[in-house]
Structure formats: C-alpha cells, structure tokens
Unconditional design. Structure first.
Length: 108
C-alpha cells in the first residue's frame, strides 16, 4: 500500500509541480521553489522528494527527447496526478480547519 503522508517539503514540491504544469522539470522546479520560498533546495533534497512523491503516486515522470543543446541528454518532466491533487486539497482543508481552532488567531 502506498503511503499517503505528505511532508512539508514534499508539499512545496508538489505545489510547484502543479504551478508549472507542462514546464515542470528539475531546474524550473528548483527555481520556482526558490522564488516562492526564498530558499534554494539542494539537488539531493529535490531528487529525494521526486522519488518519494512518485512512489506515493502523487506525481508521475517522463523523459523528453534528447537535444543537442543538452549534449544529447534528456529532461525528466514531472506532472501531478489526480491522487496528488486530491492529497493537496485534503492537506489544505485539514490545515485550514485546525488553524481556526487556535484561540486568538485571526484568519486573514
């Protein structure tokens, strides 16, 4: 059975993959995370998150064709799955319902 737990960094990566749509590959994902969070993740942390998200069924990946500009190498693209989208919605709903329970904290 696939794990449905979503860690904080995994959630950020999943959100960014959703934001980038068809342009979601390693470099663009890293740049968008840095733009959104003001922190640049390490390549190892990012690839670890890709592996875990794919294993959980939240994303799927595919390779593009090789290009001369990349020295014959392919890009690995990621896309969010229906399960990944559902997980993000549930995580957001849980967070929003719990934050309302904190006394003295106003939602803005």
């Amino acid at each position: 059975m696939k794990s449905t737990n979503l860690g904080a960094f995994e959630e950020i990566v999943l959100l960014v993959i959703g934001i980038l749509g068809e342009n979601a590959y390693g470099v663009t994902i890293m740049e968008e995370i840095e733009q959104q969070t003001k922190h640049r993740p390490s390549v190892g942390a990012l690839h670890g998150a890709f592996y875990r998200l794919e294993k959980k069924g939240f994303v799927e990946s595919f390779e593009s064709g090789a290009t001369a500009e990349r020295g014959g190498r392919r890009k690995r693209y990621y896309r969010i799955t229906a399960t990944g989208k559902d997980t993000l919605v549930k995580a957001n709903d849980l967070r929003n319902s719990m934050i309302k329970l904190i006394p003295g904290l106003q939602n803005q």
